[in-house]
Design a protein around this ligand. Structure first.
Ligand code: 8YV
Length: 309
């Protein structure tokens, strides 16, 4: 049996149903009762950015062999526990990189050029009675990227096409780029106009954007988060935006999804998205195929397509 941790893709559900005995964890009236009756038959868990396999679930599934995640991020999976128990883990890297990087650029443009606000202005019929206020230029702005991995690099490449100088922070200097390296996030934030969070969420990167970083970015700076909500100290971000200490923000992720701080709803210098970085028809289908491909490879004792553990 395969246990799906939460709803993520109808196509994936259909394809899993065709191949395995699929259990939908979210549809169980009682999870405890469900585990009592079915724990022994579950050999795989399918998770995502919302729910994966924490220590408790792993311990409750004695026959678990593999966790196949419908996400590139692995923060909802207890990787150490999987290693310890010899449970394999796979994710969906590469296939979503372009979409997430595209969305990061979209957020930069939307925040600086006020695209969402402009759209409302037209829809409300306000164009007839006035002129929209001037916005801010994107081309040529310095873009600072936290985490120059697959997604960070794809953002950099796109921003370069807009003549944006690129700077980055990561644990160590990346050998194959000429982008300017900063050894601290505060230093990076002090030296860029737009700061993008593009690293993995780990205990070390939790709240990597804290008050000090936000203040370094400053009243003209823009924060773009296409990583994970907990990368940013959200109450600090909210007060900085409300008090005008930060110029703007484009946020695809939040600390307590789907909860979004209501103080943000009244601000027009921010764009709020419901975690849609990889949410295109094309990419979600490829992600689903990769989840299934990994499960099939595992059960056929073939090499996994995208192994993590
Ligand atoms: C999805 C993601 O939101 O890949 C990730 O890490 O956050 C996204 O692709 C999610 O996993 C889809 O359900």
């Amino acid at each position: 049996g395969v246990l799906m941790a939460c709803p993520m893709s109808l196509y994936l559900e259909q394809e899993l149903d065709k191949r395995f005995k699929l259990f939908r964890f979210w549809a169980q009236p009682s999870r405890q009762e469900f585990l009592k009756n079915h724990a022994e038959s579950i050999r795989a868990v399918v998770g995502n950015a919302t729910a994966g396999a924490d220590a408790e679930l792993i311990d409750a599934l004695p026959k678990l062999e593999i966790v196949s995640s419908f996400s590139v991020g692995l923060d909802k999976i207890d990787l150490n526990k999987c290693k310890e128990k010899g449970i394999r883990v796979t994710n969906t890297p590469d296939v979503l990189t372009e979409d997430v990087a595209d969305l990061a650029i979209g957020l930069m443009l939307a925040v600086l050029r006020r695209i969402c606000e402009c759209d409302k202005y037209v829809r409300k019929g306000m164009w007839k009675t006035g002129n929209f206020k001037l916005t801010n230029k994107f081309s040529g702005k310095t873009v600072g990227i936290i985490g120059l991995g697959r997604i960070g690099l794809a953002v950099a490449k796109r921003a370069e096409a807009f003549d944006c100088p690129i700077r980055y922070y990561s644990r160590s200097v990346k050998p194959n780029t000429n982008y300017k390296y900063h050894s601290s996030v505060v230093d990076l934030a002090s030296n860029c106009d737009i700061l993008v969070v593009a690293c993995a969420l780990t205990p070390e990167t939790r709240h990597i954007v804290n008050r000090e970083v936000i203040d370094a970015l400053g009243p003209k700076g823009v924060l773009i988060n296409i990583g994970r909500g907990p990368h940013v100290d959200e109450p600090e971000l909210v007060s900085a935006l409300v008090e005008g200490r930060l110029g703007g923000a484009g946020l695809d992720v939040f600390e307590q999804e789907p909860e979004v701080p209501e103080q943000l709803f009244g601000l027009d210098n921010i764009v709020l998205l419901p975690h849609v970085g990889s949410a295109t028809v094309e990419t979600r289908e490829v992600m689903a195929d990769l989840v299934i491909g990994n499960l099939e490879a595992h059960f056929l004792k073939k090499p996994l397509l995208t192994p993590v553990v």
